[in-house]
Design a protein around this ligand. Sequence first.
Ligand SMILES: [Zn+2]
Length: 255
Amino acid sequence: MVKVYIFTDMEGISGITTNAIWDQKSDAYRAGRTLLTKEVNAAVEGALEGGATTVVVNDGHDGHNNIIVEDLHPEAEYETGECSLDETYDAAFLIGYHAMAGTEKAFLDHTQGPRWHNYFLNGIRVGEIGQCAAIAGHYGVPVVLVTGDAAACKEAKELLGDEIETVVVKYALNRFSARSIHPKKARRLIREAAKRALAKAHEIKPFKLKTPIEVKVEWATTDIADSLERREGVRRIDARTIVKIVPTALEILNF
Ligand SMILES: [Zn+2]
């Protein structure tokens, strides 16, 4: 049994080059769903070619209803929101990712939503790539493949090590526009990288944080710290910053 877990997002999918995809009523979003589904399928194919016997896809972008399930690779299993990842998995992929909030020349950089300014786990500044890697790391599962724009791939290698596979599918011109490689080329590169990544999965170290974990968030505005400071276990350290100690990486989003 070789099990692969695929976290998906949408901002880092090839062919998506406008922030209009954040409006789910837009034509760009509708077209983006097809691009997302086909790019995820490329990763599934690569995993299967690399020997995977189980591939689970988590639909992670806003609303968790983005992948066109009917068109998802028939060998993949699909889930949303809750995550069935556990220690029986061999590897995790992050497909369609974006850089953390505050990254220069990064397409649609953000962390969770517009209110997160800076986010640290045990003092390490992270975004959603680090967050997913920490959750996978809790189960001893390494993230072995990350795809997205150049900034997301750079962030992934800096955090997780040079030996992981990344596929750069586009280059940000500014936060709201990008130059993308052709989706068909991106899919070929992702399929090949997925296969390579799985072959070396046992050599790649999981991103395992020392527990308990210190979660620190600097919010964009002080009202969020105002509303959180009375919650149990939360300590406010300055106008916009709160700290909470959580037992494991599975609680890093619990405030
Ligand atoms: Zn997203």
